[in-house]
Design a protein. Sequence first.
Length: 288
Amino acid sequence: MGILTEWINQWLKELLIGAIMGNLEGLYDTVNTRVGEIAVQVGTTPAAWNAGVFSLIRQISETVILPIAGMILTFVAAYELIQMVIERNNLHDLDYWIFFKWIFKTACAILILSNTFNIVNAVFDVSQSVIARSAGVIQGSTDVTPDMLDTLETTLEGMDLGPLVGLFMQTIFIGFTMKALSIIIFVLVYGRMLHIYLLTSLAPLPMAALANREIGGTGQNYIKSLFAIGFQGLLMLVCVGIYGVLIQGISMSGDPIGAIWGTVGYTVLLCFMLFKTGSISSSIFGAH
């Protein structure tokens, strides 16, 4: 009877050890892939990210939004002229130089509006150039190395059946958590690019208001928003660099299970900070 009990106990241990190792093997592959994508995606301009989507956004902006922006600019220019005339005591105190000033200002507004897409692309070209240079400064691999698993099986063989059951439940939770975190990272990185496309599609509207003193703040805030979301990529890249340093530090730990939980904790922290990069960048550039 004792031999049978020992055999069943050993069989259950081997079963649990195999299940635990199976849950942990390849655990980090998806997260490593997503983290590696961050450095690539944030350094890509909207035009290079997806040529088909960029072409669609450009067509919408130039064929649908630009005519509306032209009408807004016409109203703004006419309103500006009326205001300038009224300010001069209804033509009683008129200086003709104000008409040259109005013509020059309107011409500049038309030039800016007709080159809106080029201006928007220039903003993201600048931010992409900064991100590309920063990528060379941020050193170190961001991959979570599975070396800790090499010694884990030996550690598990020395554990009793009860702790192995608890550890098996932990590995199921860890696997679910890491998959959820990889999805969150994917949504954050690709959501930023979709945010850029949405901002770009309506670019002519705030640009049309840029020349007016009273509503020009809309255009100014729009330009600030472009810089904010462009340089958000730099903050995301910095987060990845910090994450890589922290991960490499805990990979040398002698406690495999503790190292795995530490990896989960740092990955949760990475996702949280990626969420915060948008608000941090907006506050730096004063966009709202």
